[in-house]
Design a protein around this ligand. Sequence first.
Ligand SMILES: [Zn+2]
Length: 357
Amino acid sequence: MSFGRVLGHERVKEILARGLASGRLPPAVLLAGPEGIGKRTLALALGRALLCERGGDDACGACSACHRIDRATEGLPELREQASARPDDAAALNLRLHPDLVLAEPWRLTREGTARAKPEIKIDQVRNLVREIQARPFEAKARLFVIDDAHLMNEEASNALLKSLEEPPPTSHLVLVSSAPQNLLPTIRSRCQVLRMAPLPSGLLEAHLRDSRGLSAEEARLRVAMAGGSLGVALAFESDSYRKLRAQALEMLVRPVAGLVALEAAEQLAELEDLPLALVALRSLLRDVAALRAGAGRGQLLNMDLADELAPVARGPIGERAAALAERTGVSLQALRGNANRLLAADLLVEAFRTAR
Ligand SMILES: [Zn+2]
């Protein structure tokens, strides 16, 4: 993935390309912005450009370093699976796309091999990174370390990292990626050059879905309306995990919610791993229910495959308030993206459904 193939973010790409060309890439960069807009993709593109044997302001795509990183990026799911089998091995948990390009991500693993409730970047992972940052490049002229969801380092891990940020060797570069930069230690933030990345413009996303992903103009438009400027969300509509979340959201529309059950429903909702994506699914269903209520045909639905389930909902009490509930869902989604308390956001939403009956 060269800069040219990362969608949007022209200003940030230009800043990074200039740093590469002049040999003055900052030692630590923080890419901050909402989820799903391409922050990690850009961080890895920067690593590829930095390690490329040709040098210059972008990767050549043809040298052995570029090929190696491309293969490793495609193989990330397998790398993750191999790493998860060794939860004790911090060096393995930091994923190696090239001897000089390392990606650290949060894990849900415990030493016992069972899943934790919350993902985190482990202190051992950071200690391993700190050691690696001090080392000379193995093969390339420089090394790049990416920490994804850097706000999921706890205080101990953050403090361990801080020391490397003070005086990294000139051949080591660090890129922190975060959708919640306000949760990073201020001392970490202040040692990074902060580059803010905005949601992708609707026009750009729509054109990309149409021209590069082969979607119809209508489907591209509908998806972009739900995606909140995130390519990740716009593409997630096809994923299995999205379909699962959508089935759970459909339950909320079909099953009555009352009394204690409402509290339970809110708790269940808040515990969903990807609550924002669940809300995107719920909002897309409500949008379709409102459209059906207003007399739209199947062809105009985002969830065409669920038309049979959604039609009776549209005729019922939810149908009457679907447009308002879709808006309410959008407000909860915005609040969550701004890092509001999950249970509170879920609770407000369930309450909105309860009063709808
Ligand atoms: Zn190259």
